[in-house]
Ligand binder design. Structure first.
Ligand code: SAM
Length: 296
């Protein structure tokens, strides 16, 4: 087993990658599963930080009523499905390079049915990727696309590392920032959007998740946040960047991208599964933005 402690998945924001992996493991085993990730439970079991976490619905105390693994977990399951669909639709439209920004323990390069010639770049911090590789190597997992992991801090200038890894600046790209921007300082988010735009040609697509505005004290006291901190030691409110958020969708529009902005509830209703609004909802300010560069 890889030693997670040295690698960063047990620390700070790295632990959120394990949290999402556990949610995906649980989702995989639900009878009404929205997404399947058979690798996810191996990550959870491989780290001392998460080895006692549930990976199956029957292991979740109070089941769907559990604010962490029930409601927030289902949110991650829904998000996985929607963004799986975003990437497979992009591939179907002919896009042959994908960049996963803050890839964490995402296994789409192994579990999705990619067309011939697909390349998936995964950017995350060195320690997170080292842990991921330890687990996947132990499983002798084989990617279904050409996979190029890149160790980089997305607050820095990561464009050069991506280009050095073989990224084709002349080809359209499907970019994904899933569960990332909430943790980045505002200036880093703006820089990231600028780099994505700079490296994109017509036909490129981008999906990302943001939170709008500031959450009220009542929302911050929601059991989703308090339970997550108490049960697994992930203090989301402390990890989220507290600066006013930039209008990344607006910036992209100004640069010639078209955007569609959805709530997670739009997709929960569409699939007939997933979280619906509740009082003092931690998900009420979440938005999933889908952008496309059509013609500059
Ligand atoms: C909530 S996890 C999401 C992981 C993955 N996208 C998913 O949905 O499973 C957040 C990820 O962002 C990564 N991350 C956060 N800040 C980062 C930074 N400055 N540079 C690189 N990666 C970062 C973390 O290491 C972590 O893997």
């Amino acid at each position: 087993m890889p030693t997670a402690q040295r690698t960063g998945v047990e620390d700070g924001v790295g632990l959120t990658a394990l949290m999402v992996a556990a949610a995906r493991a649980i989702e995989t085993h639900r009878p009404d599963s929205l997404a399947s990730d058979t690798f996810a439970e191996y990550f959870v079991r491989a780290s001392r930080a998460s080895t006692a976490w549930p990976t199956r619905p029957e292991e979740v105390p109070y089941g769907d009523a559990n604010p962490l693994w029930g409601r927030l977990g289902r949110y991650f399951g829904l998000r996985t499905r929607v963004l799986d669909d975003f990437l497979t639709d992009s591939a179907r439209a002919g896009i042959r390079q994908v960049v996963l920004l803050g890839a964490g323990l995402d296994t789409r390069a192994f579990r999705l049915d990619w067309p011939q010639g697909q390349t998936v770049y995964e950017i995350d911090r060195d320690g997170v990727l080292a842990f991921k590789h330890g687990v996947l190597d132990g499983l002798a997992a084989t990617p279904t696309a050409t996979r190029r992991p890149i160790a980089a801090d997305l607050r820095d200038d990561w464009a050069r590392s991506l280009v050095n890894a073989g990224f084709d600046r002349t080809a359209p790209t499907a970019w994904l920032a899933e569960g990332l921007l909430l943790y980045l300082p505002s200036a880093a988010e703006q820089r990231l959007i600028h780099i994505v735009d700079d490296l994109s040609v017509d036909g490129s697509t981008l999906a990302f998740e943001v939170k709008l505005g500031t959450e009220s004290p009542e929302v911050r006291a929601n059991p989703v946040y308090t339970t997550t901190k108490q049960q697994i030691g992930v203090d989301l409110l402390a990890l989220f960047d507290r600066e006013p958020r930039p209008d990344s969708a607006g910036s992209l529009e100004a640069r010639g991208w078209s955007t569609a902005i959805h709530t997670p509830f739009d997709f929960a209703r569409h699939h007939g599964r997933g979280p619906l609004p509740e009082p003092n909802d931690t998900l009420a300010s979440n938005r999933w933005v889908f952008a496309k560069l059509d013609k500059r």
